[in-house]
Design a protein around this ligand. Structure first.
Ligand code: SAH
Length: 351
């Protein structure tokens, strides 16, 4: 199988150069070309001999996810971009400037197999996983268009990253490494719906990436209703894995909690969540539900969201709430693609 150029790590480029009888400095030139000059075609790498460029073009394709539709979400730069792979499959990514820094939310799969009730990404199931090269190219494509790399990466777009573990980890290592996009490990966040084996594996990778876990409910009964993954790994197993992760890595896990009106946002839920997290090293990030057509839950009132936040803060749990501009851009995972696919089916797409 052909290896996408973006899937290779610096050590691997060195090996490739050795195998092609090229001196080691060529590996540096290649990495500079890929990640500083951001070439989109091997022919642009004029520092390399023409014969090598041709050879590499045939074994390390440099095809990227191409921008199809750009949708401004807010007036201040938050933008969703629909990207298309060479086989026509589409994912979305979100560019979020805030406080002088830029966060890019990237996808790990086309669709998602986890079927969380409130999430638009899973409505159509999982079509396929993205390759490591495709995941890296989400960042390169936007970085070419904007002229800069993001400061932060969050794997919170479409897909469940731990159902595509190897490709996601490889892509994040490329984005993290100095000769790649050089994005600091602590500025890279992986979010999982609670795939316990993935948490266990990440604990032993020796990387400093941030881990977020989508909890969304304080009891198994409610969580299983909202998130089928809970029937495979329940809250107890999930929190045990997170505790072990913290013990091994020294990193604190952030629990994501999407607030849904009268479903999981009552004072009793807050109290149950506090009991659950009591004595644990944990942060909580509250996300007011972003309405999804296929789910009949509602966004709680701002007063209810603030009351929930306040209760957690008073109990001593480090808690944040996602700002509404972020909510629109971030929490509406998969909505752009879903919307766009429906349009495509009706033949009304205008590009
Ligand atoms: N598969 C990963 C990444 C998903 S998206 C995961 O489940 O963690 C990032 C976050 O947005 C998750 O916590 C997800 O549960 C949440 N989310 C999805 N749809 C949402 C919606 N309609 N409103 C609010 N949050 C949502």
């Amino acid at each position: 199988m052909l290896e996408h150029a973006y899937a290779l790590l610096p050590e691997e480029w060195k090996t490739v150069c050795r195998e092609h009888a090229l001196p080691a400095f060529r590996a540096k030139q290649i990495l500079l070309g890929l990640y500083q000059d951001k070439i989109s075609n091997w022919n642009e790498l004029t520092t390399l001999p023409g014969t090598i460029r041709e050879k590499f073009a045939s074994i390390f394709p440099l095809t990227a996810m191409q921008e199809v539709v750009r949708t401004p979400i807010t007036g201040d730069g938050v933008t969703k971009v629909l990207l298309e792979a060479p086989d026509g499959q589409r994912v979305e990514t979100v560019w979020i400037p805030a406080d002088g820094r830029i966060t890019q939310c990237i996808s790990s799969q086309v669709g998602c197999a986890m079927h969380c009730a409130f999430c638009a990404s899973g409505q159509l199931g999982c079509v396929r996983s993205l390759s490591a090269g495709e995941i890296v190219s989400e960042v390169l494509t936007l970085s070419r268009a904007t002229g800069q790399y993001p400061n932060n990466i969050v794997v919170m777009g479409m897909g469940e990253p731990f159902m595509n573990y190897d490709a996601v980890l490889r892509a994040l290592r490329v984005l993290n490494c100095q000769q790649g996009a050089n994005i600091g490990a602590r500025h890279i966040t992986i979010s999982t719906c609670g795939v316990v084996p993935g948490i266990n594996r990440l604990a032993n990778e020796g990387v400093q990436f941030e881990l977020s876990v989508s909890l969304h409910a304080p009891s198994d009964m409610l969580r299983s209703k909202l998130m089928p993954v809970n029937r495979r790994w329940n809250i107890h197993e999930l929190l045990e894995a997170c505790d072990a992760y913290t013990k091994t890595t020294g990193r604190i896990v952030t629990y994501e909690y999407t607030l849904i009106d009268h479903v999981n946002d009552r004072p009793a839920h807050a109290a149950e969540l506090i009991r659950l997290l009591h004595g644990r090293k944990a942060r909580v990030n509250l996300i007011p539900l972003s309405p999804v057509d296929e789910f009949d839950g509602r966004t709680p009132s701002q007063a209810d969201c603030l009351a929930f936040l306040d209760t957690l803060l008073k109990s001593g749990i480090h808690t944040t709430m996602r700002r509404s501009r972020g909510k629109q851009a971030n929490a509406a995972c998969g909505q752009l693609r879903l919307h766009n696919q429906k349009e495509t089916r009706h033949g009304t797409e205008n590009f």
